[in-house]
Each structure stands twice: as C-alpha cells, then as structure tokens.
Design a protein around this ligand. Structure first.
Ligand code: FMN
Length: 165
C-alpha cells in the first residue's frame, strides 16, 4: 500500500460509499470487527484543511462496541462483493466474520483495516453522538428509518492517513 494525500485522490464519494460500499472497522490485534457501510460522508470539518469521514452505526452493531472503545477507525474499499455482502449480513458477535467473509484484517497504524483493500482511510475519532430523533426536520425519516428504534450513532473522524494499492 502507498500512502497518499487525500487531496490527490480522484474519487466520487457518492459512488464510493453508496454504490461500491466500504468496510468500517475498528480494533487491533487484540480484537477487531468490521461491517459493510453504505451510508457516510467525506468532506472537511472544523477546518477547511481537516479532511473528515463520517460513519453512521446502529446501536445493535457489534462494530459499535469497537467504535466506542477505540481512538481510531478505518474505512476500506474492497472489490470482493461477496465478502461485502457477508460482512453486511453477519455479526462478529457470533463468529470470526472476517474469516467467514474470506478476508483478513490488516493491522495498520495501530488499528485494523482489510487486507487487499484498494483504498483505506485511517481516521481519528473526533466526535460521536447518537442521532437525536427530535431534531429531524423531516419527520418521515424517524417514522420510517427508526420505527423499530436502533438509532444510528454518528462518528466523525479526521482522516489522518490514506492508502491506495
Ligand atoms: C450494503 C450494506 C450497507 C450497510 N450500511 C450500514 C451502515 O451504514 N450503518 C449500519 O449501522 N449498518 C449498515 N449495514 C448493516 C451492517 O453491515 C450489518 O448489520 C452487519 O452485519 C453488522 O455487523 P456487526 O454486528 O458485526 O457489527 C449495511 C449492510 C449492507 C449489506
């Protein structure tokens, strides 16, 4: 993997996150977990020179436990659609899901990503808060997306390193 300046990347965040999907992971050699995400943001926050990534993680996800106790998290772009499907439909609570998905964790910069990823963002957690159900201007969203509870927590991370293959 080659470290790159995020400003030199030619990526489309809409297709990268919403269509290609990413693996959100946190933890280290002593224990880690990851899951597929297709909701998120890339941009600048708290300075025009501070590249950030935002991930949204439902309360029920095992990955949330690692997000909450870790200072760092990663977002990995992998091309194995089958593995993405697996990581997005099985819980690490019940199994070693990386093994089940046929991928290996890549321990990097004190955190965990996915081996063989085409792109990795290493993020330092800056802010984490559950979405406030009373703050929705569009009341249809909580009525539909959160009808059964299980709210998302928003994690804003500063992208401190980016790697491409
Ligand atoms: C394409 C796709 C996108 C997903 N995006 C998200 C997401 O952005 N946030 C979230 O909380 N769950 C999302 N999920 C669901 C989690 O990946 C899924 O519940 C996973 O099994 C959680 O694993 P864990 O319990 O090991 O953390 C997505 C699933 C798929 C298939």
């Amino acid at each position: 993997m080659r470290e790159v300046d995020v400003r030199e990347l030619e990526i489309n965040p809409f297709t990268l996150i919403g269509r290609d999907w990413l693996v959100l992971a946190a933890g280290d050699e002593s224990g880690c977990n990851g899951m597929t995400v297709s909701w998120g943001h890339l941009g600048c926050l708290w300075s025009p020179n501070r590249p950030t990534a935002i991930a949204y993680v439902r309360e029920s996800r095992y990955t949330k436990e690692f997000m909450d106790k870790s200072e760092l998290f990663t977002l990995s772009l992998i091309s194995d659609r089958k593995a993405l499907g697996y990581l997005g439909s099985h819980s690490g609570r019940n199994e070693d899901k990386f093994a089940g998905a046929g991928v290996k964790p890549l321990y990097i910069d004190g955190t965990a990503a996915v081996e063989g990823a085409k792109l990795i963002f290493v993020c330092r957690k800056l802010y984490a808060a559950p979405l406030d159900m009373n703050a929705f201007a569009d009341k249809k969203i909580p009525a539909t997306d959160y009808a059964n509870g299980d709210p998302h927590t928003m994690y804003v991370g500063e992208i401190i390193k980016a790697y491409t293959e």
